[in-house]
Design a protein around this ligand. Structure first.
Ligand code: SAM
Length: 273
């Protein structure tokens, strides 16, 4: 029966693949893979032979349409990404939506995902969290994203590439203030590591150390201080003025109060200069 299977694959250790995932990869009519070379290695490891087609974020609509047509003709397809769950900071969302539009069944074969694996061993609050994915590569958009979530009380989860890590940590420190962070690195691989520290210490560490491998950043939520959370803009401006009266420079005073309230440094600064 026409079905698109969304199949989770390991995020490092190939032994994390589930028997149901293996059976699905073996029995579907074809596999749509983010990178066929990566998936071929997985198939070879488990001696699975099946037809692979390429389906990645730059695939044109003709690729999706082709898959939909095959599914409509009664075939079954497994969608896999290079690692973890498809559709989670990986391709797939568009194809899933198209399947629903065309009345095609979508079935999940759950597997590991780096975000939840990291959260579970972060040592931070796991009861409520927000998955924020990757930050933008442009500084302005990255800062805007951080400003948007800085008031969230629940734990924040970010994906980050090693070459951008230090810039992200510095921006987080500036916007969030000095919160606790768990840097979860190379999960399920030989060099799996969780560095439980603060944003300021993480900045110091990675100013002198080149980060290697894949990272998930788990950051504690905004402080649970109701007084600060309910401060009005006028109250926040008064606090800035108070700091200035005590000798703090306006820009620094705005930065300090921004880190303690839901208002941004620029909002406060622009209102006072
Ligand atoms: N779809 C995947 C999932 O379910 O986790 C995520 C794919 S996203 C393109 C890749 C990012 O996930 C990496 O940049 C890193 O932030 C994170 N990641 C993937 N594997 C990881 C691992 N073994 N350890 C730590 N982070 C990992």
């Amino acid at each position: 029966m026409s079905t698109l299977y969304i199949v989770g694959t390991p995020i490092g250790n190939l032994d994390d693949i589930s028997p149901r995932a293996l059976e699905t990869l073996e029995t579907v009519d074809f596999i749509a893979a983010e990178d066929t070379r990566v998936t071929l290695k997985l198939l070879n490891r488990f001696e699975i032979k099946n037809k692979l087609i390429s389906c990645h974020k730059h695939s044109g609509s003709s690729v999706f349409t082709g898959i939909i047509q095959r599914l409509q003709a009664g075939e079954t397809c497994a969608l896999v990404s290079d690692a973890g769950m498809p559709c989670i900071s990986d391709p797939g969302q568009e194809l899933v939506a198209m399947c629903y539009e065309h009345g095609i069944k979508v079935c999940v074969i759950p597997g590991p995902t780096a975000a939840l694996s990291a959260l579970s061993i972060s040592g931070l609050d796991t009861s409520r969290f927000s998955f924020e994915g990757f930050l933008s590569v442009t500084k302005k958009q990255r800062r805007a994203h951080l400003e948007e979530v800085k008031g969230y009380k629940h734990t924040l989860i970010f994906y980050e590439a090693p070459h951008k890590l230090i810039y992200t940590l510095k921006d987080m420190l500036e916007v969030f203030g000095d919160r606790r962070i768990s840097l979860c690195r190379e999960l399920t691989k030989i060099h799996e590591e969780v560095i439980r520290t603060t944003l300021s210490q993480a900045v110091t560490l990675y100013e002198s150390l080149t980060p290697k491998g894949e990272f998930v950043l788990i950051i504690e939520g905004a402080p649970q201080n109701d007084n600060e959370a309910t401060l009005s803009f006028e109250d926040a401006l008064d606090l800035v003025k108070q700091l200035c009266d005590e000798g703090e420079k306006l820009s620094n005073a705005c930065k300090i109060i921004a880190s303690k309230t839901e208002f941004s440094k620029s909002e406060l600064y622009n209102a006072l200069c």
